[in-house]
Design a protein around this ligand. Sequence first.
Ligand SMILES: Nc1ncnc2c1ncn2[C@@H]1O[C@H](COP(=O)(O)OP(=O)(O)O)[C@@H](O)[C@H]1O
Ligand SMILES: O=c1ccn([C@@H]2O[C@H](COP(=O)(O)OP(=O)(O)O)[C@@H](O)[C@H]2O)c(=O)[nH]1
Length: 239
Amino acid sequence: MLSCSLGSQWNNFQTVSLLFRQRQATIQQLDHIFQHYSNGIMSSFATKAKVVFVLGGPGAGKGTQCSRIADRFRFTHLSTGDLLREEGSREGSQYGTMIEEHMRDGKILPVDVTCSLLEKAIKSSGNSMFLIDGFPRNQDNLDGWNRRMSSKVDMQFVLFFDCTEEDCVKRCLKRGLNGSGRIDDNLETLKKRIQTYNKHSLPIIQYFQGTGQIKTIDAGPDADQVFSQVESAFLASGF
Ligand SMILES: Nc1ncnc2c1ncn2[C@@H]1O[C@H](COP(=O)(O)OP(=O)(O)O)[C@@H](O)[C@H]1O
Ligand SMILES: O=c1ccn([C@@H]2O[C@H](COP(=O)(O)OP(=O)(O)O)[C@@H](O)[C@H]2O)c(=O)[nH]1
């Protein structure tokens, strides 16, 4: 039996090399053995992509912190909101109107739309470590992800930015006033986003709390102080 550990792969190569030196195998046999062993070595390196989900209320600071984590720990930051906005404004997209309407109403898009964009971004990134920012936001998201993606990646943990409703609203309104250009950074949509968050996203956060996969960050202080908590959480997980 071939083992996938590097130690035994090395022993296998030593055996092949000995056979060759002792002229006890034909070139064809050696080639066959070499292919077999090198496939084993390749599979021992082909590890699954690592994924961290990043959750929290609208404006909690998920995007701000994800940029810093990506720089510090070499993750690729996949903001589901940004992926949806890009898809929504892509010429010829069949989802343009649907995305705009859902965002304006603070509603969550069907998981197939979001998951397809995530899968495409993961495949084309060239990286193997991902922050998935703003997803999963409801049971449909979580079920769809589990059906489609969970066996293809290694979920590490869920980073939860715990922020008061008051701070969330203030930050989004300020972001809007500073020219975010987002159709949902206004008071009317924000009320709906907060309702959606409380009704659909909090139960998902509570679910992950139950499974022990959550790392909670106090998102109230300034961004530097928040990042020092985040950094400790990643270092404690071996990143
Ligand atoms: N810790 C913080 N304190 C105050 N403002 C913050 C903090 N973190 C982010 N912000 C600001 O709040 C707004 C929302 O942050 P963002 O990272 O875009 O949130 P999210 O991705 O959760 O919607 C941005 O304008 C950002 O500059
Ligand atoms: O997985 C996702 C992520 C975002 N959205 C939509 O995109 C909006 C903006 O999301 P984003 O993450 O950009 O902003 P946040 O509300 O977290 O500040 C949400 O209100 C939803 O309408 C969605 O449907 N599914």
